[in-house]
Design a protein. Sequence first.
Length: 350
Amino acid sequence: MSQSAFEPAPEPPGESGETSGETCLAPLDFSGACLIAKSEPAHEPADPAPAPDPAALADLLVTHSFGDTAVLLPSAATVRRVILDTLRAQHRIAGRPKRRELLVCAGDALLPPEFAGDAEVSRMPDEIGAIRAAVGPKTAGLFVAPVRLAAGIEMLPGSFLAELREAADEYGLALIFDETAAGLGRTGMAFAHEWTGVTPDLMLVGEGAGLSLAALVLTAKWARGLPGALPVVAGEALASAGVVLETAFAPGFEGRVQALGWLLEDRLATLRYRRVDLFSGLVGTGLAQGLVCTVPPDDLAARLAGAGLITRPLGQVLAVLPPLTVTEAEISAAADMLERVVAELEPATP
């Protein structure tokens, strides 16, 4: 298919194409920029609310995860550095000081600077044979994101995560999951790895999608390696994180996200099968969904933004990532906008 597939179709005589303005709920941000949509206060409070207690927020993460301990840190970059220090310290405590190397499965994404700048961090393919072959007496842990949003919406198979868990247990390594892309409810579970039944030893959560801090969740065994002094998180970041965590972990919230995800998936699937010339597949789950496009989706995303719907092009995928507080009416309005814009596009030529 050529790029002309995203050219607007000629308007029939007598029609002006005014439907593009009929978006009562526009603009809608379904780009994933915000995990929990902020509501504007009716009036400015006389006194700002005090920042939540970091220990209370850490307890929320522990209560709703596999972890025994959680620490809040200023950024994901800080968490990655702390992960390296923690792994190496715990292996040293256990009498294995040579175990300092981290194997990272990053897919098509670049390694973050904290990892790329460390000579004892190696990039690995998503292939268990290659990973097992790379494990040696100096290997400390395995690092992977169960869901990636770098070049599309990629959900790693539970079988692969289970193989990593088995290898980590066999060789005495830590298994670390990066849940920054889809944790805190976006897939319809508190954390994306819960769909697979595979549990890590350490987990990176947060920063991005409206969160200005990050967290490290870990088991008691690996918490023994935590550095004694850790950076302090600003009060403003704690306040915004408190809103997100309390919302994401509220009773019944997971079920709500799953139900809305099914609604979104149904509307996107209908459009995908209606326009197989433009869309070759549908990926994702919960409120992390995307249409696999037959051409780069940037032009389509620009047209949608002009109609009042903000999406995110990721490689060949047009990602649709509404905030978790989205309503049925907003999903329907977004799907209607998408259908109207797509209806204006020329059919693809074979």
